[in-house]
Design a protein around this ligand. Sequence first.
Ligand code: HEC
Ligand code: HEC
Ligand code: HEC
Ligand code: HEC
Ligand code: HEC
Ligand code: HEC
Ligand code: HEC
Ligand code: HEC
Length: 336
Amino acid sequence: MRSCICIKYILSLLLCSLLLFAQDDVGFRVLSPQTMGISDEGIASFVIEADSKKIDFLLITTDANKRYSIEVNGERTHYCKSVNLYMGVNSIKVAGYKNDVIIQEQTRELFFRSKVDKHLKYPPAGYSKKYFHNQESEKLCAKCHDMSVNEVSGVAFEDITKSNCYECHKSINQEKHSHAPSVNWLCTSCHNGEVGVLNQEDKDKTKYSVPDPIEEVCFLCHKKHKDEWGKKRFSHEPAESGRCSRCHNSHSSPSEFYLREPSWDLCTGCHKDKIDGVHVVKTFAREAHPTHNVKDPSREGKELSCISCHNPHVSNAPSLLQSETSMGLCSRCHKK
Ligand code: HEC
Ligand code: HEC
Ligand code: HEC
Ligand code: HEC
Ligand code: HEC
Ligand code: HEC
Ligand code: HEC
Ligand code: HEC
């Protein structure tokens, strides 16, 4: 046994010195993100340590040929850039140039996973969730970034740029509809460092973990909903199980109510059979009752959607209908 450990020790020493030696020779190193990681929000922070003697220009290229260029001028040692990902597998290339000639290349493979679409929910083999906020990784950044939490619980920042999280995470709130606690940079109101029964494996991996299921955190502020919903007879599985962030982005989104997708796409993401299946009634003129692409007579200015007839969270009627009876439901829109 002893000699076995000893050999391992010598081998790892050898490996370390080889790695150190290799580093001497390169123009740049990608410190973040780690490759083969899984992203939930579609933003990857690239941090590249570059040697201006060997490289004068860095180019980050995504699959869709979106480019981010960085000039390496020797005033800094580290260059940082937030990059937007596409749903599914992303292969992002970093190239280092000197006098317009590529001298070094590195790739990062990242998987942006969907919360709803079955095909994009599970990454191919080899990907795993990689966390950043541990002492080890933060040390590399502390030279230039303040890594401490400076938010006062429940008090919105008057100037959000003063939040210590802002500089690195500003793009998390860039969409049109933003959730109050996120846009006020009260990040730790949800990122409380705890885990829930469904993400025990994240314990102590990052100081900013959120519990899964998340519902108790949401209900701290949305207490009225907790009380109202608790009284209903039926509830929708993903809401019942407390996984609010399947449907809502906690930060910001192009869709109202910070939905991950507009409601029809959201619902059909999990209920694929409702995309064109016969539903509600078989009408004379069509195969199925419409579920979108027409005006909703019951909600002014809105399009017909699944939520015209179904409550996304709870209901007293079976099938989560918006009315207690199915006749009552029809008469919301079909007046005789
Ligand atoms: C040498 C100083 C320095 C170091 C070290 C450094 N950064 Fe930065 N970083 C900056 C500066 C300055 C900015 C402001 C934007 C700019 O001028 O590029 C920044 C911006 C960022 C951004 C925002 C980029 C964008 O496109 O909005 C992220 C993310 C970031 N840093 C992450 C990190 C991480 C993670 C580390 C540690 C692994 C790190 N940085 C280490 C100086 C540094
Ligand atoms: C120096 C830059 C930097 C600062 C400052 C920073 N973060 Fe991060 N954070 C990152 C990077 C890099 C990641 C990895 C994900 C990515 O690529 O964007 C990350 C990931 C996270 C995650 C996902 C879990 C994890 O550990 O990977 C959370 C949550 C988070 N940050 C919250 C915060 C909060 C809250 C603050 C302010 C108190 C903060 N961050 C300050 C750079 C930073
Ligand atoms: C209302 C609750 C809530 C608030 C407020 C909130 N977050 Fe989050 N955040 C979450 C949840 C839940 C997740 C877990 C992943 C998911 O379900 O999308 C998450 C995930 C993240 C991630 C990881 C994304 C990834 O790709 O893995 C980062 C980074 C992050 N949050 C940063 C922040 C920052 C910075 C703030 C403050 C501006 C903030 N969050 C405010 C709930 C919140
Ligand atoms: C720190 C307090 C806080 C937490 C935690 C919180 N929210 Fe909110 N939320 C607010 C505030 C404040 C508003 C804006 C005022 C309002 O409309 O109720 C809001 C608004 C919303 C809205 C839009 C409501 C509307 O009628 O426009 C949704 C949806 C929402 N939150 C979902 C969530 C979800 C899901 C979670 C958990 C992941 C959560 N919230 C956690 C404070 C919070
Ligand atoms: C199956 C998807 C789904 C899940 C899961 C879900 N929501 Fe919603 N939520 C929606 C949709 C869709 C709307 C918009 C309804 C509308 O447009 O009338 C909404 C609206 C809301 C609103 C604002 C409107 C209102 O009813 O006051 C709040 C607050 C809210 N959700 C909180 C939550 C919380 C908290 C959870 C977790 C317990 C949760 N949601 C889980 C889909 C969902
Ligand atoms: C994250 C996946 C997911 C999303 C998104 C989702 N659902 Fe569901 N839904 C389920 C699951 C799981 C069930 C329970 C099992 C089943 O019937 O398929 C369910 C059941 C239902 C039921 C039957 C409930 C009953 O009591 O019979 C209705 C109606 C429904 N969903 C409507 C919707 C609507 C409307 C939306 C969009 C706001 C939506 N769903 C979005 C996963 C989802
Ligand atoms: C015009 C009203 C209406 C619209 C729009 C509508 N539904 Fe329904 N849905 C009903 C009624 C009524 C029932 C119960 C009777 C039945 O089973 O057909 C039902 C039942 C369901 C059920 C449970 C039974 C089953 O067939 O699986 C699911 C799931 C469901 N709907 C999902 C959706 C989704 C997803 C959408 C949007 C693509 C949608 N519905 C749009 C009225 C509607
Ligand atoms: C939220 C609104 C809404 C509800 C609730 C609703 N419908 Fe409809 N229905 C519509 C719309 C919109 C159309 C399409 C009208 C058009 O194309 O001009 C439609 C079309 C129809 C048609 C076809 C008529 C035609 O001209 O092709 C029938 C039949 C029908 N609905 C029956 C029902 C029944 C039965 C119920 C109750 C189970 C119901 N609807 C509930 C909005 C609704």
